[in-house]
Design a protein around this ligand. Structure first.
Ligand code: KG4
Ligand code: ZN
Length: 341
């Protein structure tokens, strides 16, 4: 089954063609990062406009690169939640138009389920059940994935997402946007014990996370140094921060897997590209006898192939939309019914 998929939930416009949820024929992404970097973060209005400008060209490129004709497409999948509402609507409406004109089914796909499904494209043997970490710019959560289209939220951040903390801290450190990659880069080989940073605990919810106290501690360190005219060791500071984020995440993911009896752990989302996170969870999983699947770095961030992969399984489960399909800025990955319009 050939699926054309569309992703436009944040600042990447993407169109892909995938086969049977497991094979990428083409995966085109137009990033808007350079434009948003001018403002230090994503400007929703600019994101929507850029999606509208880029999407048709990406569609043509995706078709050409896959070497197929539009009539060969069996279904159209698109991210419908969560994300920036104006941005989501551009991709979803494009997908609706295409589905209508080609007379093919429309498959609405949840962005977090898509991030998890990126792993199906590179790990042919991977199938549910497993425990997944989804760590992106907008969300950080631990999912119990019991079937391709059924999951439970086992833990989540109570405030900022891990990616948001990386981006905000990077901005204060003068490292530009998006900051996760930069912090990861300058932290390499530096002393991660150099700066003492807090580790949060959400009382009564051992699998929930919190990153805002850590972010504030980092902002205070930078501002205090500025006020006193002291030089910061940026590499060591980045390494200490990266370590603190990893310490917040990894034990909880391992504990969720063990408590719920999962034998397999899967990483997903932009932050899953983080070198220290990958290293630490690899060690922890092996110590606890858990099988671990990591997506390659290029499949961690937002792209459309992951939406096609999940779309295939949503289609098999009968989760098909129609021309009244709406987009939603917030919706948990374990939704069973859609919110009121
Ligand atoms: O999943 P994603 O591409 O988009 C959303 O769905 O939000 O995640 C983007 C986030 C950004 O916050 C970015 O800074 C972070 O992923 N990120 C990283 C790394 N690469 C991207 N964070 C830490 N280390 C990295 N290497
Ligand atoms: Zn994402």
């Amino acid at each position: 089954m050939l699926i054309l998929s569309v992703e436009s939930s944040c600042d990447e416009t993407a169109v892909a063609i995938t086969r049977d949820g497991r094979e990428i024929l083409s995966d085109k992404v137009a990033s808007q990062v350079e434009m948003h970097a001018l403002y230090g973060g994503v400007v929703p209005e600019i994101a929507s406009r850029r999606h509208a400008e880029a999407i048709e060209g990406l569609y043509r490129e995706a078709i050409r690169e896959a070497g197929i004709q539009p009539c060969e497409i069996d279904a159209i999948a698109a991210t419908f939640a969560p994300g920036l509402i104006g941005a989501l609507l551009v991709g979803l409406n494009f997908a609706k138009g295409l589905a209508f004109s080609l007379g093919k089914p429309l498959i609405p796909v949840h962005h977090h389920r898509g991030h998890v499904a990126a792993n199906y494209l590179v790990h042919p043997e991977l199938e549910p059940p497993f425990c997944a970490l989804v760590a992106s710019g907008g969300h950080t959560l631990i999912l119990g994935v019991d079937g391709y289209t059924s999951c439970r939220v086992l833990g989540c951040t109570r405030d900022d997402s891990a990616g948001e903390a990386f981006d905000k801290v990077a901005r204060v450190m003068g490292l530009g946007y998006p900051g996760g990659v930069e912090i990861d880069r300058i932290a390499e080989g530096c002393d991660e014990t150099a700066y003492k940073l807090p580790r949060a605990r959400v009382s009564g919810s051992p699998h929930d996370m919190s990153f805002s106290g850590l972010k504030t501690a980092m902002i205070n360190i930078v501002h205090n140094a500025e006020q006193k005219g002291e030089e910061l060791r940026l590499g060591d500071l980045a390494a200490s921060f990266r370590r603190a984020v990893v310490d917040e995440i990894v034990p909880r993911v391992i504990d969720c897997a063990e408590c719920e009896g999962y034998k397999t752990v899967v990483l997903a989302g932009g932050v899953a590209a983080n070198a220290r996170l990958r290293e630490t969870i690899t060690d922890a999983a092996s110590k606890h006898g858990l099988k671990l699947y990591l997506p390659p770095k290029k499949l961690c961030g937002d792209a459309a192939a992951m939406i096609g992969a999940q779309g295939y399984y949503e289609f098999l489960a009968g989760n098909v939309g129609d021309m009244s399909q709406n987009a939603y800025a917030s919706l948990a990955a374990d939704y069973t019914a859609l919110p009121e319009r």
